[in-house]
Ligand binder design. Sequence first.
Ligand SMILES: [Zn+2]
Length: 221
Amino acid sequence: MINRYLKDLASLFFPKTCAGCDAPLVHGEKLICTSCWYHLPFTLSHDNAGNLSTGQSASFLYLLGSSRVQRIIHQLKYHNRPEIGTLLGEKYGTVLHEITPFNEADVIVPVPLHPGKLRKRGYNQSAFFAQGLSHSMRKPIVSECLIRHRVTESQTTKNRYERYQNMESAFRLNDAEAVAGKHVLLVDDVLTTGATLEACSTVLLAGGAMKVSAITIAKAL
Ligand SMILES: [Zn+2]
């Protein structure tokens, strides 16, 4: 009770704001305000399921420029608010719990950040998204399963094949035993070209995973 009082009091002086629209959050709202939740461009996962060459993928939200989703992702990645990832993972997990093939996965594997980037940012936003998914889908996370061993060069001047090769050589399987014979749910923040997910899937499958499905917070349009 006193805790609640202190928290409310603290929020008078340091009001928490919505990650999507910057409006002050009211009692009962967490990270994202009710209005933003109402207006977010949710994909319908069963319609949205796309095909990577290695398996199916689905995204929770569509990402458009200068949008709520863009602001939310920006807060998640650059403003030290990893708990946004966990919240989105929990919400999306309750949807995916009903959707095949995602609900058939055995383990969850977040796409790693390059160690240098991880040090700088202090956290891997995809790992926090994975934690939320793990909680609501009741599936274990295998962390440190993949290793990202160099910064990916700029992708913009490369053609599709070069991009793919460049990406694939950036990941290595660190723990083959943890995924051997398993259906892996690969988790990342934003799906753009699909090169990252394809590269990770290829490495996982080559290392003995039975199947890979992929999930992202948002899909760039
Ligand atoms: Zn809002």
